[in-house]
Design a protein around this ligand. Structure first.
Ligand code: G6P
Length: 370
């Protein structure tokens, strides 16, 4: 079994370390390194059809739903198309306003999740075009969609999704860029800059992984026996806070919640005390100042905070002892980068608690029943 895990203690850790390769495999061949122009012939829809789209629904469950939440920001920013994001089990039972100008995109590692599959079947019946972002070749969703963008993460064994999520983000970033380029809502220079940022993020993740593993390892002692945990972020990193909290509850059984930092004051701040640590994602981005104030509000209430921020941002040491620095990258790809420390923290806490990280209780890798 150790051989299958290539020397790693768990599949989950192995898969976290495979993420740079998963990004590269998902991106390569689909983007011109010189011009940043994206090419996705497998989309299965003509550029003309994509020009006519006036709304996009993203439908998914679990971790894949978090990828959808990030993609909403990218698509709206790059391609200027309104996006709705739905949990598949909600989507399938609500009143949907669909027509031929709507594109429905399912996002699924397995391509077999019952609710997501039901969602695209309904959307198709209502005349929407269907695209799927999927990791499993030939799965049911890929057979039923008009087009598939495969995430080339390779087989994922750990029940808690890691490299499949990173690959979904990479594929969705490509798709958002592609839409922006087809629709002319992104200029050549910006397209090139974003394309470059996506290609380069694989190298950045590869370079940072060993250091992060070590630094986070030295933090867990102070946090692993918590009963509750809060994860906060803003903008593109709000969904990453949700994903961080999901990972922690899935594999360590610690109650964790992800929250939009600005929403703290409307409730969860009442919970803050020394027994409710907070992981705050605070990169130097366009909402940086706001994120800092949110962390200061927690500190003022004696909360314990781990801040993940940008290398060189010394101010972070004024608000907490536990800072994990990330290299500065183009802020559009921050969610890809900031996913990694959140995964490692959850992993190490779960290991320290003696949990079966690859096979958490009550969970299945793929949920093919309703
Ligand atoms: C299960 C898995 C999750 C996954 C979700 C959606 O709950 O345990 O890791 O995110 O299903 O799966 P899918 O294959 O559709 O991405």
């Amino acid at each position: 079994a150790m051989a299958e895990k290539a020397g790693y203690k768990h599949f989950m850790l192995k898969e976290i370390f495979e993420q740079p390769q998963a990004i590269t495999n998902t991106v390569s061949g689909r983007i011109n390194l010189e011009s940043g122009v994206v090419n996705l012939p497998e989309v299965g829809l003509l550029p003309k059809d994509l020009e006519d789209i006036d709304r996009i629904f993203l439908v998914a469950c679990g971790t894949s739903w978090h990828a959808a939440l990030v993609a909403k920001y990218w698509i709206e920013e790059f391609a200027r198309i309104p996006v709705e994001v739905d949990i598949a089990s909600e989507f399938r039972y609500r009143t949907l306003l669909m027509n031929r100008r709507v594109l429905t995109v399912s996002i699924s590692q397995s391509g077999e999740t019952a609710d997501t599959l039901a969602g695209i079947r309904i959307a198709r019946k209502m005349g929407a075009k269907i695209l799927t972002i999927c990791n499993v070749v030939g799965s049911t969703m890929t057979r039923e969609a008009d087009g598939t963008i495969y995430t080339h993460a390779g087989p994922e064994i750990g029940v808690a999704s890691t490299k499949a999520f990173i690959s979904q983000l990479s594929a969705l970033f490509l798709f958002s860029l592609y839409l922006g380029q087809i629709r002319g809502t992104i200029d050549g220079a910006t397209g090139k800059r974003y394309g470059r940022a996506l290609i380069d993020i694989a190298t950045v993740v590869a370079e940072e992984l060993p250091r992060l593993q070590e630094e986070i390892g030295s933090l867990v002692e102070n946090y692993y026996d918590s009963r509750d945990f809060l994860f906060i972020g803003r903008g593109l990193n709000f969904p990453i806070a949700l994903e961080g909290a999901l990972k922690l509850k899935e594999i360590s059984y610690i109650h964790a919640e992800g929250y939009a930092s600005g929403e703290l004051k409307h409730g969860p701040i009442a919970l803050i005390d020394k027994d409710m640590p907070v992981l705050a994602l605070v990169p130097r981005d366009k909402v940086y100042q706001k994120s800092i104030s949110n962390v200061e509000e927690i500190k003022a209430r004696q909360g314990r905070v781990i801040v993940i921020g940008t290398k060189g941002d010394d101010y972070l040491h004024n608000i907490t002892d536990d800072v994990i620095y990330m290299p500065e990258v183009d802020e559009v790809v921050n969610p890809i980068l900031y996913t990694v420390p959140a995964q490692l923290l959850s992993y190490q806490i779960a290991v320290k608690r003696g949990c079966d990280v690859d096979q958490p209780r009550n969970l299945a890798k793929s949920v093919t029943v309703e």
